[in-house]
Design a protein around this ligand. Structure first.
Ligand SMILES: C[S@@+](CC[C@H](N)C(=O)[O-])C[C@H]1O[C@@H](n2cnc3c(N)ncnc32)[C@H](O)[C@@H]1O
Length: 273
């Protein structure tokens, strides 16, 4: 999740242990993502669906976080199920659905590596580098197998991933320390060429009138997969990658692409005659 690189450089102080990723930040996630063009992302997904010539109805938003993609999809008429491993993120999504009762969204707390949804989806999406949070080949493989099982025949799986280039060049090192921001942050990433994992120390400071700032920190880890590793894992788990793009374009990924998009369908099954 790359945001803008703005503000002064500096380190926010915060004692104590790091919290697990997407726990303490849950209630502040939407404020953090204010500038993220979720509508444009869903436009792009719809463009990719148009290229494939499919019109899905039931959509699974995998690793949905606080449901920003789910809500965007539901507002466009899709029937959506959102799942995420983080209780605090799903709690926020659930509170938002209570304020939008007319939208058809079901939120559930589930691990992508052991999905237990019924096989009734026309489309599964997994956006904003959520799959990079799966650190082992086995994890990504388990997720790919699970998604396969929740699709109806003719279904599609569209996902994005941060590229190796993005994680190697530490694009996660970013901050917003502007004094007029109620939510300030300072993230420091370190990429290990050995493990191919980017470890990001995220420091946050929440300011509200008349109160001492609330400070907390989370440790996030994302794995850099190569394109060929992703393609191999897809192939091994029964997927055919129809198209692969540099995000939000119609171009093939290049060496400096920061984010990749994949449009995949289950491989056709061969029936014995
Ligand atoms: C960068 S956030 C993206 C959230 C959302 N897709 C969005 O666009 O705002 C990554 C999400 O992946 C979720 N996640 C990480 N590992 C997961 C797993 N094993 N199973 C389900 N969700 C997971 C996190 O809890 C987090 O909500």
């Amino acid at each position: 999740m790359f945001l803008s690189r703005t503000g002064d450089r500096g380190r926010l102080k915060c004692d104590g242990e790091f919290h697990a990723q997407f726990t303490t930040v849950g209630p502040y996630y939407d404020e953090l993502m204010q500038g993220v063009p979720y509508g444009m992302w869903v436009d792009y997904v719809e463009l990719l669906l148009g290229i494939e010539g499919v019109r899905p109805q039931r959509v699974a938003d995998l690793a949905c976080g606080t449901g920003n993609v789910s809500f965007e999809l539901a507002r466009r008429g899709y029937s959506v199920t959102g799942v995420d491993i983080s209780g605090p993120m799903i709690d926020v999504a659930g509170r938002k659905i209570a304020e939008n009762e007319n939208l058809r969204i079901d939120f559930q707390c589930q691990d992508l590596r052991s999905l237990t949804l019924p096989a009734e989806f026309d489309l599964a999406v997994c956006l904003f580098d959520s799959l990079n949070y799966l650190l082992l080949d086995e994890d990504l493989e388990a997720a790919f197998r699970g998604v396969h099982q929740i699709l109806r025949s003719g279904g599609l799986f569209i996902f994005d991933m941060n590229s190796e280039y993005a994680l190697e060049t530490e694009l996660f090192t970013q901050d917003n320390l502007f004094r007029n921001s109620a939510l300030r942050y300072n993230w420091i990433s370190q990429f290990s060429p050995q493990t191919r994992i980017s470890e990001v120390e995220m420091y946050f400071e929440v300011h509200s009138d008349g109160a001492l700032p609330l400070r907390f920190k989370e440790l996030h880890r994302e794995r850099a997969y190569s394109l060929s590793q992703v393609m191999d894992l897809l192939d091994r788990t029964g997927w055919q990658c129809h198209r692969n793009y540099e995000a939000y374009t119609s171009m093939r990924p290049g060496p400096r692409s920061e984010r990749w998009y994949f449009v995949c369908a289950p491989k056709p099954t061969v029936t014995a005659s």
